[in-house]
Write a protein that binds this ligand. Structure first.
Ligand code: IPM
Ligand code: MG
Length: 376
Protein backbone atom coordinates (compact mmCIF):
# COMPACT_ATOMS: atom_id res chain seq x y z
CA UNK A 1 0.00 0.00 0.00
CA UNK A 2 1.21 3.50 -0.76
CA UNK A 3 0.15 6.91 0.50
CA UNK A 4 -1.87 8.87 -2.04
CA UNK A 5 -0.87 12.52 -2.28
CA UNK A 6 -2.80 14.76 -4.63
CA UNK A 7 -0.95 17.78 -6.02
CA UNK A 8 -3.01 20.81 -7.03
CA UNK A 9 -0.57 23.30 -8.59
CA UNK A 10 -3.23 25.92 -9.40
CA UNK A 11 -2.25 29.36 -10.69
CA UNK A 12 0.52 31.95 -10.81
CA UNK A 13 3.60 30.74 -8.94
CA UNK A 14 1.70 27.66 -7.69
CA UNK A 15 2.97 25.30 -10.42
CA UNK A 16 6.53 26.63 -10.04
CA UNK A 17 6.76 26.21 -6.29
CA UNK A 18 5.23 22.72 -6.38
CA UNK A 19 7.57 21.84 -9.29
CA UNK A 20 10.55 23.02 -7.25
CA UNK A 21 9.33 21.05 -4.24
CA UNK A 22 9.07 17.87 -6.29
CA UNK A 23 12.72 16.74 -5.95
CA UNK A 24 12.32 17.13 -2.18
CA UNK A 25 9.12 15.09 -2.26
CA UNK A 26 10.83 12.37 -4.28
CA UNK A 27 13.72 12.11 -1.81
CA UNK A 28 11.18 11.99 1.02
CA UNK A 29 9.12 9.29 -0.68
CA UNK A 30 12.20 7.10 -1.16
CA UNK A 31 13.21 7.65 2.45
CA UNK A 32 9.78 6.60 3.68
CA UNK A 33 9.97 3.39 1.72
CA UNK A 34 13.52 2.67 2.82
CA UNK A 35 12.42 3.21 6.39
CA UNK A 36 10.14 0.25 5.93
CA UNK A 37 7.00 2.37 5.62
CA UNK A 38 4.63 3.01 2.76
CA UNK A 39 5.86 4.84 -0.32
CA UNK A 40 4.02 7.81 -1.81
CA UNK A 41 2.09 7.95 -5.05
CA UNK A 42 1.70 11.49 -6.40
CA UNK A 43 -1.15 12.41 -8.70
CA UNK A 44 -2.09 15.80 -10.05
CA UNK A 45 -5.36 17.61 -10.78
CA UNK A 46 -6.60 21.06 -11.74
CA UNK A 47 -7.96 23.71 -9.39
CA UNK A 48 -8.53 27.49 -9.45
CA UNK A 49 -8.09 29.53 -12.60
CA UNK A 50 -6.31 26.65 -14.32
CA UNK A 51 -9.43 24.54 -13.82
CA UNK A 52 -11.68 27.37 -15.01
CA UNK A 53 -9.65 27.51 -18.21
CA UNK A 54 -9.67 23.72 -18.63
CA UNK A 55 -13.30 22.97 -17.81
CA UNK A 56 -15.14 26.12 -16.82
CA UNK A 57 -15.21 25.74 -13.02
CA UNK A 58 -12.66 26.33 -10.26
CA UNK A 59 -13.26 23.02 -8.46
CA UNK A 60 -14.14 20.31 -11.00
CA UNK A 61 -15.99 17.28 -9.63
CA UNK A 62 -13.14 15.03 -10.69
CA UNK A 63 -10.63 17.08 -8.68
CA UNK A 64 -12.84 16.96 -5.59
CA UNK A 65 -13.28 13.20 -5.95
CA UNK A 66 -9.52 12.67 -6.19
CA UNK A 67 -8.99 14.94 -3.19
CA UNK A 68 -11.51 13.02 -1.09
CA UNK A 69 -9.81 9.74 -1.93
CA UNK A 70 -6.31 11.00 -1.16
CA UNK A 71 -4.48 10.78 2.15
CA UNK A 72 -3.32 14.37 1.72
CA UNK A 73 -3.62 17.25 -0.71
CA UNK A 74 -0.84 19.75 -1.44
CA UNK A 75 -2.01 22.93 -3.14
CA UNK A 76 0.17 25.61 -4.78
CA UNK A 77 -1.94 28.77 -5.08
CA UNK A 78 -5.07 30.03 -6.80
CA UNK A 79 -6.15 33.30 -8.37
CA UNK A 80 -4.91 36.01 -10.69
CA UNK A 81 -6.04 39.12 -12.55
CA UNK A 82 -7.15 37.04 -15.54
CA UNK A 83 -10.10 35.64 -13.60
CA UNK A 84 -10.98 38.72 -11.54
CA UNK A 85 -13.93 39.58 -13.76
CA UNK A 86 -15.71 36.24 -13.31
CA UNK A 87 -18.92 35.92 -11.27
CA UNK A 88 -18.16 35.16 -7.59
CA UNK A 89 -18.92 31.43 -7.73
CA UNK A 90 -16.56 30.88 -10.66
CA UNK A 91 -13.60 32.79 -9.27
CA UNK A 92 -10.51 30.68 -8.52
CA UNK A 93 -10.79 31.55 -4.80
CA UNK A 94 -14.29 30.04 -4.72
CA UNK A 95 -12.72 26.73 -5.78
CA UNK A 96 -10.30 26.81 -2.86
CA UNK A 97 -13.02 27.72 -0.36
CA UNK A 98 -15.28 24.96 -1.70
CA UNK A 99 -12.40 22.50 -1.37
CA UNK A 100 -11.73 23.48 2.26
CA UNK A 101 -15.42 23.16 3.06
CA UNK A 102 -15.90 19.84 1.23
CA UNK A 103 -12.85 18.30 2.93
CA UNK A 104 -14.12 19.63 6.27
CA UNK A 105 -10.72 21.05 7.20
CA UNK A 106 -11.79 23.47 9.90
CA UNK A 107 -8.45 23.94 11.70
CA UNK A 108 -5.78 25.85 9.83
CA UNK A 109 -2.31 25.78 11.42
CA UNK A 110 0.12 28.45 10.30
CA UNK A 111 3.52 28.32 12.00
CA UNK A 112 5.48 31.56 11.68
CA UNK A 113 9.13 31.19 12.52
CA UNK A 114 12.16 33.15 11.38
CA UNK A 115 14.54 31.05 9.32
CA UNK A 116 18.32 31.55 9.34
CA UNK A 117 19.32 34.65 7.39
CA UNK A 118 15.75 35.91 7.24
CA UNK A 119 15.88 38.38 10.13
CA UNK A 120 18.00 40.77 8.04
CA UNK A 121 15.18 41.27 5.52
CA UNK A 122 12.56 41.89 8.23
CA UNK A 123 11.24 45.41 8.81
CA UNK A 124 11.82 44.75 12.54
CA UNK A 125 15.09 45.16 14.35
CA UNK A 126 17.12 42.08 13.52
CA UNK A 127 17.27 40.94 17.15
CA UNK A 128 13.47 41.16 17.44
CA UNK A 129 12.86 39.45 14.11
CA UNK A 130 15.11 36.55 15.05
CA UNK A 131 12.83 35.74 17.99
CA UNK A 132 9.56 35.40 16.08
CA UNK A 133 8.22 31.89 16.68
CA UNK A 134 4.45 31.60 16.84
CA UNK A 135 1.61 29.45 15.59
CA UNK A 136 -1.62 30.86 14.24
CA UNK A 137 -4.58 28.51 14.65
CA UNK A 138 -7.19 29.90 12.29
CA UNK A 139 -10.76 28.61 12.13
CA UNK A 140 -11.18 27.83 8.42
CA UNK A 141 -14.69 26.77 7.49
CA UNK A 142 -16.90 29.25 9.33
CA UNK A 143 -17.35 32.96 9.95
CA UNK A 144 -17.76 35.59 7.26
CA UNK A 145 -16.28 33.32 4.59
CA UNK A 146 -19.24 30.96 4.66
CA UNK A 147 -22.09 32.59 6.59
CA UNK A 148 -25.53 32.96 5.00
CA UNK A 149 -27.20 35.10 3.84
CA UNK A 150 -24.69 36.47 1.43
CA UNK A 151 -26.15 38.73 -1.20
CA UNK A 152 -25.90 41.71 -3.44
CA UNK A 153 -29.11 43.57 -4.17
CA UNK A 154 -30.50 46.85 -5.32
CA UNK A 155 -32.00 49.25 -2.81
CA UNK A 156 -35.34 50.98 -3.31
CA UNK A 157 -33.44 54.18 -3.93
CA UNK A 158 -31.66 52.53 -6.85
CA UNK A 159 -28.39 52.07 -4.97
CA UNK A 160 -26.65 48.83 -4.09
CA UNK A 161 -26.62 46.80 -0.90
CA UNK A 162 -24.29 43.90 -0.04
CA UNK A 163 -24.62 41.45 2.84
CA UNK A 164 -22.14 39.00 4.35
CA UNK A 165 -22.92 37.09 7.50
CA UNK A 166 -20.59 36.30 10.37
CA UNK A 167 -21.78 33.11 11.94
CA UNK A 168 -20.34 30.67 14.48
CA UNK A 169 -21.79 27.92 16.61
CA UNK A 170 -20.35 27.00 19.99
CA UNK A 171 -19.37 23.58 18.56
CA UNK A 172 -17.32 25.17 15.78
CA UNK A 173 -15.48 27.34 18.27
CA UNK A 174 -14.95 24.54 20.77
CA UNK A 175 -13.28 22.09 18.39
CA UNK A 176 -10.78 24.61 17.05
CA UNK A 177 -10.05 25.89 20.57
CA UNK A 178 -9.06 22.36 21.59
CA UNK A 179 -6.62 22.23 18.66
CA UNK A 180 -4.99 25.47 19.85
CA UNK A 181 -4.65 24.31 23.46
CA UNK A 182 -3.25 20.96 22.42
CA UNK A 183 -0.75 22.65 20.10
CA UNK A 184 0.27 24.97 22.94
CA UNK A 185 1.15 21.96 25.09
CA UNK A 186 3.84 21.02 22.58
CA UNK A 187 5.13 24.60 22.57
CA UNK A 188 5.40 27.35 25.21
CA UNK A 189 1.96 26.70 26.75
CA UNK A 190 0.43 30.05 26.03
CA UNK A 191 -2.73 30.74 23.97
CA UNK A 192 -3.81 34.22 22.89
CA UNK A 193 -7.40 34.15 21.70
CA UNK A 194 -8.09 37.04 19.35
CA UNK A 195 -11.58 38.48 18.86
CA UNK A 196 -13.58 41.71 18.73
CA UNK A 197 -15.70 41.06 21.80
CA UNK A 198 -16.20 44.78 22.49
CA UNK A 199 -18.33 44.99 19.33
CA UNK A 200 -19.35 41.62 17.86
CA UNK A 201 -21.84 39.14 19.28
CA UNK A 202 -19.89 36.39 17.50
CA UNK A 203 -16.78 37.38 19.41
CA UNK A 204 -18.58 37.36 22.74
CA UNK A 205 -19.62 33.76 22.10
CA UNK A 206 -16.07 33.01 20.94
CA UNK A 207 -14.60 34.37 24.19
CA UNK A 208 -17.10 32.48 26.33
CA UNK A 209 -16.46 29.13 24.65
CA UNK A 210 -12.67 29.52 24.58
CA UNK A 211 -12.68 30.37 28.30
CA UNK A 212 -14.73 27.26 28.97
CA UNK A 213 -12.37 25.04 26.91
CA UNK A 214 -9.36 26.53 28.73
CA UNK A 215 -10.56 24.96 31.98
CA UNK A 216 -9.52 21.57 30.60
CA UNK A 217 -5.95 22.83 30.11
CA UNK A 218 -4.88 24.28 33.48
CA UNK A 219 -1.24 23.95 32.39
CA UNK A 220 -1.78 26.36 29.46
CA UNK A 221 -2.05 30.09 30.02
CA UNK A 222 -4.91 31.83 28.18
CA UNK A 223 -5.25 35.50 27.39
CA UNK A 224 -7.92 37.25 25.32
CA UNK A 225 -7.04 40.12 23.04
CA UNK A 226 -9.02 42.40 20.75
CA UNK A 227 -7.98 42.04 17.15
CA UNK A 228 -6.99 45.67 16.65
CA UNK A 229 -4.67 45.69 19.62
CA UNK A 230 -3.37 42.23 18.68
CA UNK A 231 -2.33 43.64 15.29
CA UNK A 232 -0.44 46.42 17.02
CA UNK A 233 1.22 44.12 19.55
CA UNK A 234 2.20 41.64 16.89
CA UNK A 235 4.30 44.34 15.29
CA UNK A 236 5.57 45.84 18.55
CA UNK A 237 6.26 42.65 20.54
CA UNK A 238 5.94 39.58 18.30
CA UNK A 239 8.03 37.40 20.59
CA UNK A 240 5.25 37.64 23.22
CA UNK A 241 3.08 35.31 21.15
CA UNK A 242 3.10 31.53 21.25
CA UNK A 243 -0.26 30.24 19.90
CA UNK A 244 -2.77 32.69 18.43
CA UNK A 245 -6.28 31.27 18.21
CA UNK A 246 -8.73 33.18 16.05
CA UNK A 247 -11.66 33.08 13.65
CA UNK A 248 -11.44 32.86 9.86
CA UNK A 249 -11.14 36.45 8.65
CA UNK A 250 -9.03 37.73 11.57
CA UNK A 251 -6.72 34.74 11.01
CA UNK A 252 -6.42 35.54 7.33
CA UNK A 253 -5.38 39.10 8.06
CA UNK A 254 -3.11 38.39 11.03
CA UNK A 255 -1.26 35.62 9.20
CA UNK A 256 -0.23 37.98 6.40
CA UNK A 257 0.75 40.52 9.05
CA UNK A 258 2.86 37.87 10.78
CA UNK A 259 4.47 37.02 7.44
CA UNK A 260 5.25 40.69 7.01
CA UNK A 261 7.24 40.52 10.24
CA UNK A 262 9.59 38.08 8.52
CA UNK A 263 9.85 40.29 5.44
CA UNK A 264 7.30 38.39 3.36
CA UNK A 265 5.20 35.28 2.99
CA UNK A 266 7.80 33.30 1.05
CA UNK A 267 8.51 30.82 3.82
CA UNK A 268 5.13 30.38 5.55
CA UNK A 269 3.49 26.96 5.28
CA UNK A 270 0.08 25.84 6.45
CA UNK A 271 -1.79 22.68 7.35
CA UNK A 272 -5.59 22.44 7.32
CA UNK A 273 -7.04 19.58 9.28
CA UNK A 274 -10.47 18.25 10.08
CA UNK A 275 -11.95 15.19 11.72
CA UNK A 276 -10.42 12.67 9.39
CA UNK A 277 -8.54 12.28 6.15
CA UNK A 278 -7.32 14.00 4.09
CA UNK A 279 -5.41 17.06 5.28
CA UNK A 280 -5.01 20.02 2.96
CA UNK A 281 -1.61 21.71 2.85
CA UNK A 282 -0.83 25.04 1.21
CA UNK A 283 1.71 27.83 1.33
CA UNK A 284 0.21 30.95 2.94
CA UNK A 285 1.39 33.08 0.01
CA UNK A 286 -0.94 33.51 -2.92
CA UNK A 287 -0.37 33.11 -6.62
CA UNK A 288 1.85 36.25 -6.90
CA UNK A 289 1.05 36.85 -10.58
CA UNK A 290 3.59 39.68 -10.72
CA UNK A 291 6.52 37.26 -10.41
CA UNK A 292 4.93 34.15 -11.94
CA UNK A 293 6.97 32.33 -14.56
CA UNK A 294 10.20 34.10 -13.66
CA UNK A 295 11.83 31.45 -11.47
CA UNK A 296 11.88 34.00 -8.64
CA UNK A 297 9.36 32.63 -6.14
CA UNK A 298 10.69 31.09 -2.94
CA UNK A 299 9.62 27.42 -2.85
CA UNK A 300 10.31 27.21 0.91
CA UNK A 301 6.65 27.68 1.89
CA UNK A 302 5.57 24.87 -0.44
CA UNK A 303 8.36 22.58 0.79
CA UNK A 304 7.56 23.35 4.43
CA UNK A 305 3.89 22.67 3.70
CA UNK A 306 4.94 19.27 2.41
CA UNK A 307 6.87 18.79 5.67
CA UNK A 308 3.65 19.47 7.62
CA UNK A 309 1.94 16.96 5.33
CA UNK A 310 4.50 14.31 6.29
CA UNK A 311 4.00 15.05 9.98
CA UNK A 312 0.21 15.22 10.08
CA UNK A 313 -0.95 12.94 7.26
CA UNK A 314 1.84 10.40 6.62
CA UNK A 315 2.71 9.56 10.22
CA UNK A 316 6.30 10.70 9.65
CA UNK A 317 7.16 13.58 12.00
CA UNK A 318 10.82 12.51 11.86
CA UNK A 319 10.82 13.14 8.10
CA UNK A 320 9.10 16.51 8.59
CA UNK A 321 11.84 17.52 11.03
CA UNK A 322 14.56 16.58 8.52
CA UNK A 323 12.85 18.51 5.70
CA UNK A 324 12.51 21.55 7.96
CA UNK A 325 16.19 21.31 8.87
CA UNK A 326 17.17 20.96 5.18
CA UNK A 327 15.16 24.10 4.35
CA UNK A 328 16.76 26.01 7.25
CA UNK A 329 20.26 24.99 6.09
CA UNK A 330 19.50 26.00 2.52
CA UNK A 331 18.08 29.36 3.59
CA UNK A 332 21.16 30.04 5.71
CA UNK A 333 23.35 29.28 2.71
CA UNK A 334 21.15 31.35 0.42
CA UNK A 335 21.53 34.33 2.75
CA UNK A 336 25.29 34.03 2.51
CA UNK A 337 25.72 33.03 -1.13
CA UNK A 338 22.36 33.20 -2.85
CA UNK A 339 19.70 33.92 -3.60
CA UNK A 340 18.99 31.18 -6.07
CA UNK A 341 16.03 30.79 -8.35
CA UNK A 342 12.97 28.72 -7.54
CA UNK A 343 14.14 25.48 -9.12
CA UNK A 344 17.72 25.69 -7.88
CA UNK A 345 16.50 26.31 -4.33
CA UNK A 346 14.35 23.18 -4.55
CA UNK A 347 17.27 21.11 -5.84
CA UNK A 348 19.52 22.33 -3.05
CA UNK A 349 16.96 21.50 -0.35
CA UNK A 350 16.57 18.03 -1.88
CA UNK A 351 20.35 17.49 -1.88
CA UNK A 352 20.60 18.57 1.75
CA UNK A 353 17.73 16.33 2.70
CA UNK A 354 19.43 13.42 0.99
CA UNK A 355 22.62 14.12 2.96
CA UNK A 356 20.75 14.32 6.22
CA UNK A 357 18.93 11.05 5.57
CA UNK A 358 22.20 9.30 4.73
CA UNK A 359 23.37 9.87 8.31
CA UNK A 360 24.26 6.71 10.24
CA UNK A 361 21.30 7.08 12.59
CA UNK A 362 18.96 6.55 9.65
CA UNK A 363 20.82 3.47 8.39
CA UNK A 364 20.25 1.96 11.83
CA UNK A 365 16.62 2.97 11.97
CA UNK A 366 15.94 1.59 8.50
CA UNK A 367 17.61 -1.72 9.25
CA UNK A 368 15.56 -2.01 12.44
CA UNK A 369 12.30 -1.18 10.63
CA UNK A 370 12.97 -3.63 7.82
CA UNK A 371 13.71 -6.38 10.29
CA UNK A 372 10.57 -5.58 12.21
CA UNK A 373 8.56 -5.60 8.98
CA UNK A 374 10.08 -8.95 7.93
CA UNK A 375 9.20 -10.44 11.30
CA UNK A 376 5.59 -9.33 11.01
C1 IPM B 1 -5.30 32.45 2.51
C2 IPM B 1 -5.82 33.13 1.26
C3 IPM B 1 -7.25 32.65 0.97
C4 IPM B 1 -8.10 33.00 2.16
C5 IPM B 1 -7.84 33.20 -0.34
C6 IPM B 1 -6.98 32.87 -1.53
C7 IPM B 1 -9.24 32.73 -0.55
O1 IPM B 1 -5.75 34.52 1.42
O2 IPM B 1 -5.27 31.20 2.52
O3 IPM B 1 -4.93 33.13 3.44
O4 IPM B 1 -8.58 34.13 2.27
O5 IPM B 1 -8.31 32.12 3.01
MG1 MG C 1 -4.74 35.14 3.17
Amino acid sequence: MTWQVLLLPGDGIGPEVLGAARPVMDVAARALEEAGGRGIRFTEAAVGGAAVDACGEPLPEETLRQAQEADAVLLGAVGGPRWDGLPPERRPEAGLLALRKALGVWANLRPVKTLPGQAASSPLRESAAARVDLLIVRELTGGLYFGRPRARERTAAGGARAVDTMEYTDAEIRRVAHVAFQAARARRRRVTSVDKANVLENSRLWREVVTEVAAAYPDVELEHQLVDSAAMRLVARPADYDVILTENLFGDILSDLAGGLLGGLGTLPSASLGDGRPGLYEPVHGSAPDIAGQDRANPAAAILSFALLCAHSLEAPWLAAEIEAAVAETMAEAAARGPWGTRETGRRVAARLEDRLAAPRYALLHRYNRRAAAGR
